[in-house]
Design a protein around this ligand. Structure first.
Ligand code: NAD
Ligand code: FES
Length: 284
């Protein structure tokens, strides 16, 4: 069992941050890697990329939106309670090296995945320019943490309630225009339409882009084939070959289709879970 050391609620209650005691995972984990969690013995396995790794405290931090049965179950666990399984670290770490100026772009909860990667690039001696965006100000996460590791942090909201009024792609384009040939790499993490749009922009400027693919997963070790994605016309397994890939070569349409395959079943399972919780509440 893996104890929850702290539990924080962000973004008007829609996002939960858990610091979990998992010393063996924390000792080995590197930026870009993920874990597969199971809340209890009947819980389904879900992959979550680590938002922070602290080998000294022996902890990892995960951040997730409550979007279905499993995330609701995880969110119901309090500080001091425990998650049944934490399997990891899984996946290939980000290829972090000194390349010059790295633009780190995060959308919505993707900022949590981006944070240790951006920090890794900073520690490797790169100049990190970060761009983060959310639909509105209350949904913006980790602003101060991103500021602390960035030479420059630019913020935007879709509704204009904070920072630039518009998408992260506007700021990415502006930054690339300003830097000229000075940008070595863009790392873009968030919803699929955002990553696709960022790759289009970075491609226009001839700048390579990494993206992190949140594919469906079961075993997380390359055995089941559930996480297959198409990259440069070849089938790759996001759990072992990724989760990061060259964004200019990813087939985002195929990824989108696969991610939608179980949407109805997921919605049904979540509504049954909520009914069950309501019955339990009423019976108390
Ligand atoms: P969101 O939909 O609120 O978008 C966040 C920001 O991304 C927006 O504010 C905007 O700046 C940018 N964006 C969105 N669509 C865009 C477009 N078409 N063009 C340019 N920019 C665009 O984000 P959310 O609700 O936090 O996202 C949730 C989704 O992201 C979920 O589907 C989740 O699975 C996925 N996600 C992916 C990762 C990953 O590792 N790739 C990590 C976290 C979340
Ligand atoms: Fe099974 Fe990747 S999750 S092969």
């Amino acid at each position: 069992m893996f104890e929850i050391l702290s539990r924080q609620v962000l973004a008007q209650g829609s996002v939960i941050v858990n610091e979990i005691h998992a010393p063996r995972v924390a000792a080995k984990a590197r930026p870009g890697q993920f874990v597969i969690l199971r809340a209890n013995e009947r819980g389904e396995r879900i992959p979550l990329t680590m938002a922070d790794i602290d080998p000294e405290r022996g902890s990892i931090t995960i951040l997730y939106q409550v979007v279905g049965r499993t995330t609701a179950l995880l969110a119901s666990l309090d500080k001091g309670q425990a998650v049944m399984d934490v399997l990891g670290p899984l996946g290939s770490p980000t290829d972090i090296r000194q390349v010059g100026t790295v633009i780190c772009v995060g959308g919505g909860t993707g900022v949590a995945v981006l944070h240790p990667i951006a920090r890794g690039f900073r520690r490797a001696g790169n100049t990190v320019i970060s761009i983060i965006g959310a639909r509105s100000r209350p949904l913006l996460i980790m602003e101060e943490k991103m500021r602390a590791i960035s030479a420059d942090l630019q913020v935007c909201t879709d509704d204009g309630s904070y920072g630039h009024h518009g998408f992260v792609t506007d700021l990415l384009e502006r930054t690339l225009r300003t830097l000229g040939s000075g940008a070595a790499l863009a790392v873009c993490i968030g919803p699929i339409p955002m990553m696709r749009a960022c790759c289009r922009v970075s491609g226009d400027f001839g700048v390579p882009a990494y993206v992190s693919l949140n594919a469906l997963m079961v075993d997380g070790t390359g055995m089941c084939g559930c996480c297959r994605v198409s990259v440069d016309g070849a089938i790759k397994f996001a759990c072992v070959d990724g989760p990061e890939f060259d964004g200019h070569k990813v087939d985002f349409d195929a990824l989108n289709t696969r991610l939608g395959a179980y949407r109805e079943a997921e919605a049904l399972s979540y509504s049954r879970f909520r009914e069950m919780c309501c019955r339990d509440e009423a019976g108390r």
